[in-house]
Design a protein around this ligand. Sequence first.
Ligand code: 5GP
Ligand code: ZN
Length: 113
Amino acid sequence: MGDCIFCKIIAGDIPSTKVYEDELTYAFRDINPQAKVHILVAPKEHMKDMAECAKRTDDLAGHMMKVCVKIAEAEGLENGYRLITNKGDHGCQSVGHLHVHILGGEKLSDKMG
Ligand code: 5GP
Ligand code: ZN
């Protein structure tokens, strides 16, 4: 956790382009965007992935989805968007702090794999 890049971003120790913040989540623009709009939504509390989040007794996972929708609407993605959360090696997760990608602003590939 001490070396977690997203914890450092959330703490403000590494700069980021903030899009949204509430008591539970922090959202910022991806440094290497894969679409015209590419935003990452992360919980402020460190957890490695959605599987860990899903074991919680609270509704953080649901809250994160609602935050994604709120941001997508605020970004004007009325023609649609894609939400992705990668897990582990097969999912090609590269940062071990849970985040949901919001991708949109243009027509995305019909291939997801
Ligand atoms: P993953 O592959 O874990 O699902 O996604 C990690 C994402 O984090 C990648 O899309 C990558 O571009 C983004 N990323 C990695 N390091 C940084 C950073 O320091 N700042 C920002 N804004 N995005 C980052
Ligand atoms: Zn972290």
